[in-house]
Design a protein around this ligand. Structure first.
Ligand code: HAM
Length: 430
């Protein structure tokens, strides 16, 4: 019979690698807590209309990449509801903001999430069909200060702190402003006009984008098209005074906090909801990601809540590609090193198993991490297993049980010590 495998674009995460995932998530939780964020958990599937309206029908995500199915409400019913595995979490968070009337608190909401997202993309290193995001959204009524440039800078400063705390090397922050929801259509019209006479010289992909979503042309990495793209109108020339002022305030606050950035006038990002500030953090080539070097991205949005039937709630948010962050940490050999257990308890003979388990229980209660072998193992096998898993091995033989003096082998020092049972936990902790 053919063996079953994980579906293409999905993967299993196993120990010891999951220790690195936990370390990254614990660091995120720690950093976000210092900035006043609380956790939100929204469902993994939602009404398809949420993403169609929220993320935008014309985006790659909605038009090509969603996992959508017709879900019959009852087995005996013909009425079906279209459901979708979430391709991102901003739309879900804003839906929850509206559904739970968080606007009524009058307070700025600072919410973070950690969880899987689903997109039917062509799988490659750093790009999966089920991938993890660590993200956050800061939103609220305008009077809560949600549209202040200070929030944009605070989020960016928090992200730089997070990456530095993890020890990510060589990250770069690129920022841009895509203007207000009235600036954007003017810019898109100018782009269409500028693309019309030159688009025939561009790649097939860009010819299509020039028609359907001209902003996406700016994202193109197509080498042959770069000269044309560099000559296209810049969004900066289409910003109204309020958007220009907002962007200037964001940059001034980043300067005040000492966060390094470059302004990339081509950074528009692929989701429809962005207004004003957009940003991406990338890592240098050779950081384990191949061409997928965008570690995280995000931006400001105004109008998303109204699109979903809610009150005005400007916001800013980001999502970190956790898979990509982990690949980077592994390539850069940063982050938590693999931890060995404090002790491996090795019973000598099956009749010592119960005593060994009781000793492990005692040590675990004292806060130590402990694995227990099996009395059926030969001494050599116990040694090998213990050496792989733990810093020290505690031998439980007949003498040890009767005398209460245990033999402890230390693998790094290569020596053996006799330790009274009452002192064992302290000895192993040292
Ligand atoms: P996004 O740029 O679509 O933004 O995704 C954010 C990050 O998720 C990317 O920079 C990348 O690191 C990671 N990512 C995306 N697709 C994949 C994939 N197929 N495999 C692995 N990693 C991937 C958003 O999702 C927005 N919701 C971010 C946001 C929050 N904007 C405002 N608030």
């Amino acid at each position: 019979m053919a063996t079953l495998k994980a579906v293409r674009g999905t993967r299993d995460l196993l120990p010891p690698e999951t220790a690195l995932w936990n370390y990254v998530e614990a660091t995120a939780r720690g950093v976000f807590a210092r900035y006043g964020f609380g956790e939100i958990r929204t469902p993994i599937f939602e009404d398809t209309a949420l993403f169609a309206r929220g993320v935008g029908e014309e985006t790659d995500i909605v038009s090509k990449e969603m996992y959508t199915w017709q879900d019959r409400t009852r087995a005996d019913s013909d009425s079906a509801q279209s459901l979708t595995l979430r391709p991102e979490n901003t739309a879900g968070v804003v839906r929850a903001y509206i559904e739970h009337k968080l606007a009524d608190t009058g307070m700025l909401q600072k919410l973070f999430y950690i969880g899987p997202q689903f997109r039917r993309e062509r799988p490659q290193r750093g790009r999966y069909r089920q991938f993890w995001q660590i993200g956050a959204e800061v939103l609220g009524p305008a009077w809560s200060g949600a549209d202040s440039a200070l929030r944009d800078a605070e989020v960016l400063e928090m992200l730089s702190t997070f990456l530095n705390e993890l020890g990510v090397k060589g990250w770069k922050l690129e920022v841009n402003s895509v203007g207000s929801s009235t600036d954007r259509p003017k810019y898109i019209a100018a782009l269409r006009e500028a693309l019309a006479p030159v688009k025939d010289k561009m790649s097939a992909d860009n010819q299509r984008r020039a028609e359907t979503n001209p902003l996406r042309v700016l994202d193109s990495k197509d080498a042959g098209d770069q000269e044309i793209i560099d000559g296209l109108p810049k969004i900066a020339d289409f910003l109204d005074d309020a958007s220009k002022e907002h962007f200037a305030q964001v940059l001034a606050a980043l300067d005040a906090c000492g966060v390094a950035y470059t302004v990339n006038p081509r950074l528009v990002r692929g989701l429809d909801y962005y207004t004003r500030t957009t940003f991406e953090f990338t890592v240098p080539d050779g950081s384990g990601l191949g061409t997928q070097n965008a570690l995280l991205g995000g931006g400001r949005y105004d109008g998303l809540s109204e699109l979903l039937g809610g009150p005005k709630a400007p916001g800013i948010g980001f999502a970190i590609g956790e898979d990509r962050l982990i690949l980077t940490l592994q390539a850069q050999e940063a982050g938590a090193k693999e931890q060995k257990l404090d002790a491996f308890v090795a019973p000598m003979g099956v009749e010592r198993n119960a005593a060994a388990l009781a000793l492990a229980q005692e040590l675990r209660r004292a806060g130590l991490s402990v694995e227990v072998g099996d009395g059926s193992f030969r001494l050599k096998k116990s040694f090998e297993a213990a050496d792989k898993l733990a810093r020290r091995m505690v031998i439980v033989g007949e003498d040890e049980v009767s005398s209460g003096i245990l033999t402890v082998k230390d693998f790094s020092a290569g020596d053996q010590t006799k330790v009274p049972r009452a002192e064992l936990a302290d000895f192993l902790r040292a």
